[in-house]
Design a protein around this ligand. Structure first.
Ligand SMILES: [Zn+2]
Length: 521
């Protein structure tokens, strides 16, 4: 463990110690997410320790318990945990952190840690409990990512979906292709914080500043440090490399990868933000080899079984005019541009499968003929969204035998407004108040026989209108607490009033940890 991590751990431990002053709400222990079964008893366990992590705990292995689940028993004389795996024991520890109250710290650095007597049997409803972060539109950096991982662990969330490439930037160093970060990790300007959107040529834009943004990106060493930090918290990091659309930064770095290389750089950086029509040329073998090289590097770095290839909102404009794309369609017997996207998806599904990985993509990838092993990430809830192709709903994807992760934008996009009075922060549009976030049910509308394909869900934190960590925390919290409960505790309907009552206490914990958490209402 490096000095930096020790320092961070101390900060978090201190914050948790402060937070545990307020562990009770109306006499009942306050836990978020709520455990599946909890029985309280008279009395408390007491121990002298520096913080809740330092108390003496008896751990036992119980192979009969499901993955990630645990039993926690607190009596006046002992604290014991049973679990089948290390993740289960880790989640029991998170529960202890929330249950503990700390007396005054003595001169020897220890405090009287008190834990109420409880019997808890707990297990997650879903195995994919995710948080997505867009580091392209705005970059938050390693320390902030680690902070998010800490808070995810505290709420028993276990997948960090890292959006690393898009039209507005490329944030992952690929040694084989240095231009990706030399050119693609910076841009000439950004949207002005506080700027109001207005229409130019029918397109909604926001005034830009004149300051260069970046270069901002992660080196392989940064990534390895973050991956180790996540692994210690039982969090899988799923990288997203966008193809064939949302490829603006990549084709700005290497214009020859686009269908129409002339003028790519000028077009992309001058056109404001939004999905550019200059996408990867699906007919160019050099482009395919380039993407294979990028994915080789990604697979070397990231141990995740699942690699997200994006696949959303790919405009067909260039493909329809491109001789190479037309030749590919003819050679492969493809009817139209939708088939061409399905072809490129199949190619990379096969490519990654040979490396022992599975592809995941936004729900657009399911509208073509793709292998059953492809995992869909459902985000659209009406046909008005997305570009061009037929909507495949999350429920339909599961029915067709695809594993699915549900992220319906009307419930799970936290760059949408919280509908708070006098909210000073800017949002991209749409409304996801806390109660709506809490209503999330990944199996909503999914037939009984397809529910096993619903892996879980996640909140998506797009960052066009999220300039820094201060903005980001406000949008993430307390809504991420609501989502944690939807994915851990389930099933819906849950009691929102009970959640709000617990959140009165839990929000104070977050604030005392230094989280810029928005109000509950
Ligand atoms: Zn082309």
């Amino acid at each position: 463990m490096g000095n930096a991590e020790q320092r961070r751990n101390r900060i978090v431990a201190l914050a948790v110690a402060l937070a545990c002053i307020t562990a009770f709400g109306g006499g009942m222990p306050v836990l978020v997410p709520a455990p599946r079964h909890m029985k309280t008893d008279e009395g408390e366990f007491h121990d002298k320790a520096a913080d809740a992590d330092g108390i003496a705990v008896q751990e036992t292995h119980d192979a009969s318990l499901p993955p990630e689940s645990y039993r926690l028993s607190v009596t006046t004389s002992s604290v014991s945990i049973a679990s089948a795996d290390a993740a289960g024991a880790f989640y029991a520890r998170q529960t202890i952190r929330q249950l503990a109250t700390c007396g005054k710290t003595g001169t020897d650095g220890t405090a009287d840690i008190a834990i109420p007597c409880v019997e808890i049997e707990d297990s997650p409803a879903y195995r994919w409990r995710g948080v997505h972060l867009d580091e392209v539109r705005h970059f938050f950096g390693k320390e902030n990512v680690m902070r998010i991982l800490d808070l995810m662990a505290y709420h028993k969330l276990n997948v960090f979906h890292w959006h690393l490439t898009d039209d507005e930037g490329w944030r992952l160093e690929i040694p084989k292709y240095p231009e990706l970060t030399r050119i693609g990790a910076k841009r000439p300007n950004s949207w002005k914080r506080g700027g109001k959107p207005h229409k130019v040529n029918g397109r909604s834009v926001i005034d830009r500043n004149t300051e260069a943004y970046g270069p901002y990106f992660y080196t392989a060493d940064d990534v390895r440090e973050i991956l180790a930090y996540a692994a210690a918290r039982y969090i899988t990091v799923v990288p997203e490399i966008e193809l064939p659309g949302h490829a603006g930064a990549a084709v700005t770095a290497y214009p020859q990868l686009a269908c129409k290389p002339e003028g790519v750089r000028e077009r992309i950086w001058d056109a404001g933000w939004g999905n550019t029509i200059d996408v990867f040329c699906a007919g160019n073998d050099e482009t395919i080899r380039f993407l294979e090289g990028v994915l080789d590097c990604v697979c070397e770095l990231f141990p995740s079984k699942v690699i997200h290839i994006g696949g959303d909102e790919c405009p067909r404009t260039r493909w329809k005019e491109c001789p190479k794309c037309q030749a590919r369609m003819k050679a492969e017997g493809l009817n139209d541009a939708n088939d061409l996207q399905a072809w490129i998806t199949r190619h990379f599904a096969d490519y990654l499968e040979k490396k022992g990985r599975r592809i995941m993509g936004w729900d657009e990838i399911l509208s073509g003929d793709v292998p059953r092993s492809a995992i869909g990430m459902s985000w659209r809830t009406s046909q008005k969204n997305g570009t061009g192709d037929k909507l495949t709903s999350g429920a339909e994807g599961a029915q067709r035998g695809h594993d699915m992760v549900m992220t319906p934008h009307l419930i799970c996009y936290y760059d949408y407004s919280q509908d708070l009075p006098d909210d000073p922060f800017q949002y991209i549009g749409g409304h996801v108040p806390l109660e709506k976030a809490y209503s999330f049910d990944p199996c909503d509308g999914v037939a009984d026989d397809a529910r096993a394909h619903v892996l879980g869900g996640q909140c998506n934190n797009w960052s066009e209108f999220t300039w820094n960590e201060h903005d980001l925390a406000w949008k993430m919290w307390p809504r991420t607490c609501a989502m944690a409960e939807a994915l851990w505790t389930a099933p819906a309907p849950r009691d929102f009033k009970d959640f709000l009552k617990r959140m009165e206490v839990h929000r104070k914990r977050l604030v005392s940890m230094g989280v810029n958490c928005a109000p509950l209402r």
